[in-house]
Design a protein around this ligand. Structure first.
Ligand code: HEC
Length: 207
């Protein structure tokens, strides 16, 4: 194999960035945080990490209304939300990645009740929290709930690799889950409860 000359490599990089830029510009800008969270919790149960190419927009979109409403009833009457969900699925299939989220990691990696509400499905039953970049090491995930619940907890990175996947019973409204990161990357916390509950605090601390 021959190494590319510098100008050829440079040109490849410029072309690749131009194409990526064009792709990003073609993306409808109006996917709400709610749609991204619903997709990455409710729909991800089946559609996580689907990387199998394009959807034909008009046809699949029209046909998927009943299917989306079955899994997330509020989608039935909300066309913009359905478009957002569809775009998030199309993006995942096309880019093999989570739809980019504007949400910032708060100082001290601690999220309060309001921040968590904005990263929920809106019915106190599922949350998708971009946790930012984690270096290899030992950490603790801390959750505070308004009442005790059985919580399904997952921690995945942008390559859909899992660092935590388990169910935990809270005690006195608290969960403290130690975990280890082996591969540096951008991580996402995903939480599910069967009976709705207010999540009052989430934090990630080095151990
Ligand atoms: C219980 C599993 C399951 C859940 C949950 C689920 N889906 Fe699906 N979905 C499927 C299967 C199976 C198909 C058909 C095969 C395929 O295209 O992946 C499908 C197909 C689709 C299609 C059509 C794809 C195409 O190629 O035409 C869309 C759009 C879609 N789902 C969106 C969603 C959205 C949005 C949610 C969340 C509100 C969701 N799905 C939740 C299993 C599920």
């Amino acid at each position: 194999m021959q190494l590319q000359s510098f100008p050829a490599r440079f040109l490849t990089i410029v072309l690749a960035s131009a194409l990526a830029g064009a792709g990003a510009a073609a993306e409808p800008p109006s996917v709400s945080t709610r749609a991204i969270v619903v997709f990455n919790t409710v729909c991800a149960r089946c559609h996580e990490g689907e990387c199998s190419g394009r959807l034909s927009f008009d046809e699949s979109f029209a046909r998927s209304r009943g299917h989306m409403a079955r899994h997330y009833p509020p989608a039935e009457q909300q066309e913009p939300l359905r478009r957002g969900l569809f775009t998030a699925l199309a993006y995942m299939k096309d880019h093999c990645a989570y739809y980019p989220m504007p949400s910032k990691v708060p100082p001290g990696r601690t999220w309060n009740r309001d921040q968590l509400e904005s990263l929920s499905t809106g019915d106190d039953s599922a949350w998708f929290v971009p946790a930012g970049r984690l270096a290899p090491g030992r950490y603790q995930l801390q959750l505070d709930l308004a009442a005790d619940r059985l919580v399904t907890v997952q921690l995945t990175n942008e390559r859909f690799e899992t660092a935590i996947e388990n169910c935990y019973d809270s005690h006195a409204g608290q969960l403290r889950i130690p975990f280890t990161i082996d591969d540096a990357g951008n991580y996402y916390v995903r939480l599910y409860v069967r009976r709705p509950v207010t999540l009052t605090r989430l934090a990630i601390r080095p151990e």
